[in-house]
Structures are given as C-alpha cells and as structure tokens.
Ligand binder design. Structure first.
Ligand code: FES
Length: 200
C-alpha cells in the first residue's frame, strides 16, 4: 500500500519573528527564523493561549513537535507541542521584523485562513519569503498573514502593498514575477526582469 504522508518528530531552534493570523485571538501559528530559512509553525491548542503574552520578537526558541510530509504535494507541516525560550531577546539580538523597517509600508499580505491554506497559502508564503530573500528585499518588504479577504473559493489570496494589488489563485511559481513586478523600484536595474502577465 502506498503511504501518502510521513509523520515524524522534529526539533528546531531559531529566532521568533511574529505570530501569524489574528493576534487578538489566540494565535494559531508563529514565524521562526532558522538557519535554513523562515518556518511557519502551527501551535497546539495547549500552547496558543500561553504563548501570546510570553513571546517577544527576537526571543531564541527551541521548538519540538510533530511534522507531516505529504509525498503527493511535497508539503511539510510542522505542529509545535513544546516551545522553550532558550534566550530572551535583548537590545543586541532583537530580530528586526521587516514590518518595522520600511518607510514605504511595502509588504505582501497572504491570507492564512483555512480555505486559502487548503489551496496552498502556506507554500505561497514560503515562496514569498524565498523570493524576497533571493533579491535582498527581506529587510525592506514585510510579509503578513491576514484574515479572510472574502475570496475563499479562488484562494490563495495575496495583496501587495502599498499599491493594494490583489491576486487570487496564486501559485508558488508565480510569486517571483509578482515580487519583481511590485518591488522593481527597490531592485537594482540588473536584477529587475520583465513584468508578469497572465496572473489575475
Ligand atoms: S479564506 Fe482566504 S480569502 Fe477567505
């Protein structure tokens, strides 16, 4: 019988960036900057309430839990069961989230609600992170997880700020061209490529 997914334990260390989703409620996910890139990690129900007031951007965390790898889609989902603050943030090690840096309020907002996540919003987030980093824009353009944008059936839904351009049905492979299209002014001329066409 063909196994569709592999479930195993994971343990990761990295710097806490932010919670994802509605922080006024109990946040369901967090972003962690690790040596292998940024990770979105789901929180177990037990952790959601207790972590909201306990974590500060820049805290160095050790997170362990369960990971599921889907062979069909290549999707890897991480769910935290234990979060330990190994070193609290200090003036020296505070991680400066991209959201605080830009004066132009440039950011990419990706819907993180269930319909969009089912349609691949997690992969789109990772593609945005990789694309910004590849172009050296990760300190100028923030990534934000948002609530439902009422376009659930055509997700994943993504908005580029400050021009408020909204895209639906975004595939990870389209992200690179969208980043170039919207943030070309921030790129050096030789890094800017032709504009995207055909993505709605
Ligand atoms: S769930 Fe993403 S737009 Fe509604």
């Amino acid at each position: 019988m063909i196994t569709e997914e592999k479930v195993s334990e994971f343990s990761l260390e990295g710097r806490f960036i932010s919670f994802v989703g509605d922080v006024e409620e109990k946040p369901k996910r967090l972003r962690l900057a690790t040596s292998e890139g940024e990770r979105y990690i789901k929180l177990s129900k037990e952790l959601r309430g207790s972590l909201r007031d306990a974590l500060q951007p820049g805290d160095w965390l050790k997170i362990s839990g369960e990971q599921k790898y889907k062979y069909k889609t290549g999707e890897l989902k991480l769910k935290a069961k234990q979060v330990t603050i190994k070193a609290p943030s200090t003036q020296e090690n505070v991680f400066q989230p991209p959201v605080a840096a830009p004066r132009t309020k440039a950011c990419v907002m990706v819907c993180q609600k269930s319909s969009c996540r089912k349609r691949g919003a997690g992969d789109v987030c990772q593609a945005v992170t990789a694309s910004l980093r590849e172009r050296g824009l990760d300190d100028q353009v923030a990534i934000k997880g948002t609530g439902c944008m009422k376009q659930c059936k055509t997700g994943p839904c993504v908005v580029f700020m400050p021009d408020k351009s909204r895209y639906t049905g975004v595939a990870p492979k389209e992200v690179s061209k969208l980043v170039e299209k919207h943030f070309a002014a921030k790129l050096k001329p030789e890094e800017s490529k032709p504009e995207l066409s055909g993505v709605t």
